[in-house]
Design a binder for this molecule. Structure first.
Ligand code: AGP
Length: 634
């Protein structure tokens, strides 16, 4: 949520800020702004230049092109509104009462109300509705005190003031600050919101996410929690919470595909749907190659010593990642015999279950930056560390697509799903990558617990190896079919998705995808629940999408679908072609595969169905309203 990009060096920065923000637009796109300091009087002091605009970043970049603000130092921001509606006034940067200090922030300042009341009592007038605006005012007051004591207006004065202000802020934040009286200084800091520093040639950067640095530099250093950095054109000084100078070597950003392009696809989402066979093939090549040593069912980076200690698993995740986790929990329990529970990370933090012994906690997050998931994991670690009983130790595993994320830094064991950068806000290929990681864990635990025979484990592995080819066929067929029928659903207001067993989470995911990008209300249910209430909604205006895969609950799902059809609902089936599939008004046929691997295929038509309805409605598929790719506020 919200992207910060900042730079200091010896060349004009306004277009650099625009380029950096473009790579962060996925974090928020309701308004954007920049501030630069134009040097006056030989660099002794300067003048703040501000450009802001409501709406997509393109509005700001056009403004910058028309009236480029001068300056060799600048801060920029793309906003996802938390406090105050999207508007030019609420867009960052925010200024102090003297108009000399500019601040951009990502996060939430929880005690902003108390602080702003105090400031208003001192006569300070607020111009925006944001929680951020208190920060420049507070910094300004601290600077005034220092100047009154005879200190000079320079970077150190700004540093001291920022450190004092941070000590009274509650909540989570990443900030970047400039002050017109210290035109060769850029101050940045973070607490539980991401921020990385970039080391260029004669210039230094700061961004909410490392791929935003690509094109400027690949040498980067993530800021740790509660650290403050002072950047000048000559270098970076790093300080911890207590003001102690820190020294750490930067790292080199690997990977070529850090910033994707759309190729010939109309939207990133469609391109990413099409990339799924590749995601699956890469995953299989890495973790399930044919030449695995005999006693290894899968090549996951998990030590046997950790496996031996685990009796149960709890998974913390949000949104689509939670749906992938639910497929995982089904597999881990039903195939591998390990009791597994999935929690909404946002709920777990405030109502955790009683501590259970010998438990593996898995955090699942595509971005690796989701505040709810990170906070729940931290809380779980803390309460387990407190017991000091080794049975309750914190055994941890992260599943993410971002190896350079906070999740990867905070957890010792990570499965990198390796799906490649995903730009569309609606997760597609990373969902597949997350599910595949759970298949890997299932193979690992199943052979460890010996719940399954060697033949059953080999059969599952062989079925997984067929998935990339099956995905290729499916995507091609279902892309044209969903395009053909999309127009039938353009005026639809409600859709019900049904699934059972391992495909129940796919019904939830289908409903989430439709809601996110087409703004059609959709709800996923376990098919057996239909008759316990939701059936009251059904008539000819409420289509029902039913996932019916031969296996344990096939007949049951078909009967539940019949019940919907009897209420005049238009029935869309995700099922193999055959006499049973004749009940469906529209059929997205899938190959006859084992029920165990079916979610990897049944999700495809649901992604394409949502995509084409949204595209047909002319909606902004890649950046749907009110959403952001990385949800860094709780
Ligand atoms: C997915 O389409 C959504 N945009 C959203 O539900 C997402 O899955 C959720 O916010 C969790 O994100 P994460 O995987 O980055 O933690």
């Amino acid at each position: 949520m919200c992207g910060i990009f900042a730079v200091i060096g010896s060349r004009e920065v306004s277009s650099i800020l625009g380029d950096g923000l473009r790579k962060l637009e996925y974090r928020g796109y309701d308004s954007a702004g920049i501030a630069t300091i134009e040097n006056l009087n030989n660099g002794q002091f300067g003048k703040l230049n501000i450009r802001k605009s409501e709406g997509k970043l393109i509005n700001l970049t056009n403004l910058i092109k028309k009236k480029p603000p001068k300056g060799h130092v600048g801060i920029g921001h793309t906003r996802w509104a938390t406090h105050g509606k999207p508007s030019e006034i609420n867009a960052h940067p925010h200024l102090d009462f003297s108009g000399q200090i500019a601040v951009v922030q990502n996060g939430i300042i929880e005690n902003h109300r108390t602080l702003s009341e105090k400031l208003q009592l001192q006569g300070i007038k607020f111009t925006s509705e944001t929680d951020t605006e208190i920060i420049p005012h507070l910094i300004s007051l601290e600077i005034e005190k220092s100047l009154d004591c005879g200190l000079s207006p320079n970077g150190q004065t700004l540093l001291t003031a920022v450190q004092k202000v941070l000590s009274i802020l509650e909540g989570t934040y990443a900030i970047a600050v400039i002050w017109s009286q210290a035109p060769d200084t850029l101050l940045v800091a973070r607490r539980q919101a991401p921020l990385v520093l970039g080391f260029g040639e004669g210039e230094f950067f700061c961004a909410s996410d490392s791929p935003a640095l690509v094109g400027f530099t690949r040498t980067f250093l993530p800021l740790k929690d509660n650290e403050v950095a002072l950047l000048t054109p000559l270098g970076i000084e790093l300080y911890d919470d207590f003001g102690n100078r820190q020294h750490r070597a930067p790292s080199f950003l690997k990977g070529t595909e850090l910033f994707a392009d759309k190729r010939n696809f109309r939207h990133f989402m469609l391109k990413e749907i099409y990339e799924q066979p590749e995601t699956a093939q890469l995953w299989i090549d890495r973790f399930l190659p044919m030449d695995l040593p005999k006693d290894n069912s899968v090549a996951l980076p998990i030590s046997k010593s950790m496996l031996g200690k685990i009796e149960q698993i709890q998974i913390l995740a949000c949104g689509t990642s939670r749906h992938a986790s639910m497929v995982g929990a089904y597999l881990l329990e039903q195939f591998a015999g390990i009791p597994t529970k999935v929690y909404f990370a946002s709920e777990f933090r405030y109502s955790p279950p009683p501590l259970s012994p010998n438990t593996l906690t898995i955090g699942v997050s595509q971005s690796g930056e989701t505040a709810d998931t990170l906070a729940a994991l931290r809380m779980e670690k803390e309460r387990r560390d407190l017991t000091k009983d080794s049975d309750f130790s914190f055994h941890q595993l992260g599943i993410t697509n971002r190896i350079d994320s906070s999740l990867s830094r905070e957890l010792d064991n990570i499965i990198d799903i390796g799906s490649g950068i995903e730009i569309g806000v609606a997760a597609t290929k990373t969902f597949l990558g997350q599910m595949l990681s759970f298949y890997g864990l299932t193979l690992l635990f199943a052979s460890h617990t010996q719940k399954r025979s060697h033949q059953e484990i080999s059969k599952l592995s062989d079925d997984l190896r067929l998935i990339p080819k099956q995905l290729t066929d499916l995507i091609k067929r279902h892309d044209s079919l969903s395009k053909e029928i999309a127009h039938l659903f353009v005026d639809t207001k409600d859709v019900i998705f049904l699934g059972r067993g391992i495909n129940y989470p796919i019904a939830l995911e289908g409903a989430l995808k439709l809601k996110e990008i087409s703004y059609i209300h959709a709800q996923g249910y376990p098919a057996g629940e239909l008759k316990h209430g939701p059936i009251a909604l059904l008539d000819q205006h409420v289509p029902v999408v039913s996932i019916a895969v031969p296996g344990l609950v096939y007949e049951k799902v078909l009967s539940n679908s019949q019940e919907a059809k009897a209420r005049d609902a238009r029935l869309i089936g995700i099922a193999p072609h055959g006499s049973e599939s004749e009940i469906f008004d529209e059929l997205f046929s899938i190959p006859k595969v084992s029920e165990w691997v079916s979610p990897l295929l049944t999700v495809i038509p649901l992604q394409l169905f949502s995509y084409h309805i949204a595209a047909h409605k002319g909606l902004d598929v890649d950046q749907p309203r009110n959403l952001a790719k990385s949800v860094t506020v709780e």
